[in-house]
Design a protein around this ligand. Structure first.
Ligand code: PEP
Ligand code: MG
Length: 573
């Protein structure tokens, strides 16, 4: 049995699919003239294989992943048939006497150099296509297996060193039943995305990639963090039973979907909302009784693509989400790229400390072109539902003022262009930097609401990297300092007649419910999969119990004692 971090609850059983990029060795020695013909044949065979794979992928993704993904492979296929590209590669083989894989590499670099400098979105996309197709071609030439999450065609457990957040979003739930990774932590975006898609996952297993072979049977217990490789019949049976119990529990909680998230004595009701990363997540949110979207991580619209999403594309997405969720509110968080979320469409420097670096609002206030495009799209979508704007990673009043100045200039532009938009849109900020939590009384004067992002707030307050499994034991959301910060934020917002929500992972933690209720949070936003469990906990305690728990916790000096108190209160959940 292996033990890692229980990143996304549920049990998955299936065959291992090793998702590991194998290195390709490029032969840079010159070809002998007599070898040219044979090497042209190697290239032609690899090209035919590439086209065959892409045709299969178009068909598969068209059926499984939607026409958007299929279109990507269609343009790759088109590239693979491009005479200029193929001609250039062949010339490298015949004239420059290069091995086919080196020839492909040289052609890729040449095209990149010629077109890379052009500021044209269409051309940028084509270069990305050329790079993808050429990388596939090189692997086919060298006989290196191509592993892709889009190509998992039987029910599998993905085994990887790490998965990026965008890998996780792409997972086809019908085929990828669960995943296990060597590295990772509970609040990495990969884990967060797994939870929101209800894919059982265990991360931070150190060396699972070395222990599992393709085809091994793997049990993933995402609730306890346990993983079994090639289990015997008895264990397999036990886990199938556990899997059934997990499903039954989910069904039992379904009865709560329509009931309010109020305390047992009906003295306090909170708004339970969902964190989403795409339109598709809305369905799941509504099925689990979400009363809105408390956090739409818009950065997922920017990932896995070489060209920035246009205003129109963003507007369509935001509008559809606003409409789907109406009359409930939708909080659209402006681009929070950086940290563990990257995009090829924004040039981001390599940084020593990306989480402390150029990310989120810091990028937006510099790249005002990107920011304003997004703000215009959000403002326009505001006409189709109850949309709110939220700025991430605020550390200083000046950032809010600057962001609002750009928002007003986006409004003026829309006015001048006679494009309708929501004028009275509510503006909020995330409280995820200690400086913002401490100076919340000042910041609240500029905004309508706060949402506490505990994922970052905990890492910055305790100086513990949220991504690092080595220090995960130090990542303690119930540390007294964190509770005091939350208390301060809620209290100053209430004094100002405003409200505070929470959209960090702590909001979806059943154990935290008494304290969060007791501290007076008005809204809790979480992965859809956590909504009903949290609601069930809220409905099982009185406001008095919750307030008492919060007061007791605030007086305790040791984190362990606070944790114990909360464990007792949530016993049985
Ligand atoms: C947070 O930091 O708590 C948060 C919700 O934002 P993210 O996890 O996307 O950084
Ligand atoms: Mg954050």
């Amino acid at each position: 049995m292996l033990k890692g971090v229980a990143a996304s609850p549920g049990i998955a059983i299936g065959k291992a699919y090793q998702y590991i990029e194998e290195k390709v060795a490029i032969n840079n020695r010159p070809l002998s003239a007599g070898d040219v013909e044979a090497q042209i044949k190697v290239f032609d065979d690899a090209l035919a294989k590439t086209k065959e794979q892409l045709t299969g992928l178009i068909e598969y993704s068209g059926k499984k992943l939607g026409s958007d993904k299929a279109k990507i492979f269609e343009s790759h296929l088109e590239m693979a048939g491009d005479e200029e590209l193929v001609g250039d590669i062949k010339e490298n083989i015949t004239e420059n006497l290069m091995h086919p894989e080196a020839a492909v590499k040289k052609t890729t670099e040449k095209f990149e150099e010629i077109f890379g400098a052009l500021e044209d979105d269409y051309i940028k996309e084509r270069i990305a296509d050329i790079k993808d197709v050429c990388s596939r071609l090189i692997k086919n030439i060298c006989g290196v297996p191509i592993k892709s999450l889009n190509q998992v065609t039987e029910e599998s457990i993905i085994i990887a060193k790490d998965l990026t957040p965008s890998d996780t979003v792409q997972l086809d739930k019908d085929m990828c039943k669960g995943f296990c990774t060597d590295i990772g932590s509970l609040t990495s975006h990969t884990a967060i995305m797994a939870r929101s898609q209800e894919i059982p996952a265990v991360v931070g297993l150190s060396d699972i990639t070395a222990r599992v072979k393709d085809g091994d049977i793997v049990i993933v217990d995402g609730s306890t963090g346990q993983v079994y490789i090639n289990p015997d019949e008895t264990l397999l049976r036990q886990y199938k039973e556990k899997q059934a119990e997990f499903e039954e529990e989910k069904q039992r909680l379904r009865k709560l979907v329509k009931l309010p998230a109020e305390t047992k004595d009906k003295a306090r009701r909170v708004e339970l909302a969902a964190n989403i990363g795409s339109i598709e997540d809305c369905e799941n949110a509504l099925e689990n009784g979400a009363e809105g979207v408390g956090l739409f991580r818009t950065e997922f619209l920017y990932m896995d693509r070489s060209v920035l999403p246009s205003e129109e594309e963003q507007f369509e997405t935001y509008k559809k989400i606003a409409q789907k969720m109406a009359p409930h509110p939708v909080i659209i968080r402006t681009l929070d790229i950086g940290g563990d979320k990257e995009t090829p469409c924004i040039d981001m420097p390599d940084e020593m400390n990306p989480f402390l670096g150029w990310r989120a609002i810091r990028i937006c206030l510099e790249r005002t072109d990107i920011f304003k495009t997004q703000l215009r799209a959000i403002l326009r979508a505001g006409n189709y539902g109850k949309v709110r704007i939220m700025f991430p990673m605020i550390s200083d009043l000046s950032e809010i003022k600057e962001a609002k100045r750009i928002l007003i200039s986006a409004m003026t532009e829309l006015d001048n262009e006679k494009i309708p938009y929501a004028r009275d849109i509510e503006i909020g900020i995330m409280i995820e930097i200690p400086a913002a939590a401490i100076a919340a009384d000042i910041l609240i004067q500029e905004v309508d609401f706060f949402s506490i992002g505990t994922n970052d707030l905990v890492q910055y307050t305790l100086a513990v990297d949220r991504m690092n499994e080595k220090t995960s034991h130090l990542y303690k959301p119930f540390n007294l300092a964190i509770l005091r910060l939350i208390e301060n934020v809620v209290s100053v917002s209430h004094k100002a007649g405003k409200w505070t929500g929470m959209c960090g992972e702590l909001a979806g933690c059943v154990k935290a419910v008494p304290i969060l209720l007791g501290l007076g949070l008005d809204e809790l936003s979480m992965s859809a999969a956590s909504l009903l469990k949290v609601k069930s906990m809220i409905r099982s305690i009185t406001l008095e119990q919750a307030e008492k728990a919060a007061q007791q916790a605030l007086m305790m000096k040791e984190t362990e004692r606070i944790e114990k108190l909360l464990e007792q209160l949530s016993d049985g959940f």
